[in-house]
Design a protein around this ligand. Structure first.
Ligand SMILES: [Zn+2]
Length: 61
């Protein structure tokens, strides 16, 4: 049984933004981050360097 959750805070990668998310899998976190970045930060495609930062910022707890 999977008990952990994955957490991500937008400000952890340097955005001045209070948005945060948690989900049962990192894949779910990513899906929501992509939508958020598109609408809140005008990032239709996440650049590789930002993708790397997001990957490091996602915490499993
Ligand atoms: Zn944000």
């Amino acid at each position: 049984m999977l008990m952990s959750r994955f957490y991500y805070k937008c400000r952890d990668i340097g955005f001045d933004c209070s948005w945060e998310i948690n989900a049962p899998t990192s894949k779910d976190v990513w899906a929501k981050v992509r939508i958020h970045n598109r609408y809140a930060h005008n990032e239709f495609e996440i650049p590789p360097e930002i993708e790397e930062k997001i990957t490091k910022a996602i915490q499993e707890k």
